[in-house]
Design a protein around this ligand. Sequence first.
Ligand code: ATP
Ligand code: MG
Ligand code: MG
Length: 586
Amino acid sequence: LEIESKDDSSDDDDTSSNNKIDRPVTTRFPPEPNGYLHLGHAKAVCFNFAVSRMFGGNCNMRMDDTNPSKEDEEYVESILRDVKWIQSGLFEGDKPWDGEVRKTSDYFDVIYDAAVALIKQGDAYVDSLSAEEMREYRGTLTEPGKDSPHRSRSIEENLELFEGMRDGKFKEGEHVLRAKIDMSSPNINMRDPALYRIKHESHQETGDKWCIYPMYDFSHPISDALEGITHSLCTLEFEDHRPFYDWTVEKLLPSGLITQVPQQIEFSRLNVKSTVLSKRKLIQLVEQKHVNGWDDPRMPTMSGLRRRGVPPAALRMFCERVGISKADSNIDAVVLEDCVREVMDDTCLRAFSVLKPLKVTITNWQGDDLEDFEVPRHPKREEMGTRTIPFGKTVYIERDDFFDLEGPEGKANDNRPPRGFKRLLPNQMVRLRYAYVIQCNEIVRDPETQEPIELKCEYFPDTRAGVTPEGMARVKGIIHWVEASKGQRCSVNQYDRLFLAEEPGKESGDFLKDINPKSLEVLTDVVIEPSVVEDAVKAMEEDASSISSLAYQFERSGYFALDESSTDASNLVFNRVVTLRDTWGA
Ligand code: ATP
Ligand code: MG
Ligand code: MG
């Protein structure tokens, strides 16, 4: 897309040219407060921010609140929270949004005056056809429309009727104010589009002041012009609306109600595979309780992504990678996941957690004493310091890091370990990362299921901290572990894609049929190392609301963020933000 910035050679009074801009590049993000923002909006926010940033301008935040029947204060608040959040993921010192919240409803008086000006110019009229008749008169793509019998009303009559509309003299649907353009235009949007309709509803901002509300297509160019917007960036479905946008601006310049000429530029919508990005569908997911609310971490809403633990910088990176074009795109969810990994790999503390614990008793460990190991909190960032992990007589390892060759698992697998399995086998060795090599000598089984419930192992004191003593073959498998007495139980929510199909609803026409029934697995028996608990206690003491920013790479498992429902240190809940792609010691 071509964006032109301030052209120094242009004449100062050359405001009528669409290509020359005589003021700082100004964009706007104009959500309608009728739902929560989603990934598609993130793209629009980032794009608008990026354009204004590139040219040192501002990006206005504007609530496009012209339809009180669908809008709500709850949505206004969530939108502001989301935009502030995404702005926190921008480059340091970068503040393309000045923090002021503008609203289309701030301009209702001017927009009303604009409608009156159009009536006076003979460019608008009050129509009294029913909605159905109006549809009929509008024509089709192949057939021109017909003039309404009310199209020839006098200016005086139009002014009187419009005033009556404003003063609440009519019922909803009785009259509509329309632009007088061309009922035979090949562009249906130019066939006398509606400017104002009657709605006897209170508005979250203006209360009962108005019972007529402007249409989006009419209020938008006026709001843009009033704010000095230079580039009104919107999605491609508005391409056919652009002639009316330009018509509105051009017709209103002589009135003096607006003086600046904004330009509408379209870009393609973001679609992401295996999810849905439409407020209508997202509302269905929430209302029919397929998810636990707007901020369910499986939702593609900004509040869901935030609650899941996705860092805002990853969203910004994603929007940059996806880029801007006029071509339709259906982006793989992996692109976002990779951005999350990249950002979290760099910023997250490392810790050990055992998701599905199997008890290991070190039979030759003397007494109940613990031995502390001091290990890095981040492998590449020394400045993040160290953590202490205790080791002792009882530790937990992942159930999956032991292959039960002699039990039901082995039988089901032809008495062979899976190919390339380098972790713990009966009578074999494995290294417990940072600590010692152990060997499994005995399996204690559940008498009923025969499932292993404890491994009795010996440790080799001279293998401490990575050492391979002379005469011992190097042990290839390295696994993580947590010491039992200091480790703490917690819960982990493991999320998978919300939809099984890449394009939900494509096959059956019903996107709800493609919901993944296993999109959430709750693990309640997870054991985490003490450093995590200490961090959580500290964060809660400092500022209870900051705990949701605690995030870790649980080594070999993935990236996890503390969920906001974690009320105290003895009751921690983590969300898996994303899995790890590569593991060590597989
Ligand atoms: P939906 O179709 O999900 O209901 P909307 O377009 O009606 O969304 P608005 O609140 O009007 O939602 O959108 C605010 C801004 O975000 C608009 O400029 C719109 O073009 C942009 N936007 C919305 N969805 C997407 C998307 N999927 N990709 C890019 N931009 C989007
Ligand atoms: Mg919209
Ligand atoms: Mg919409």
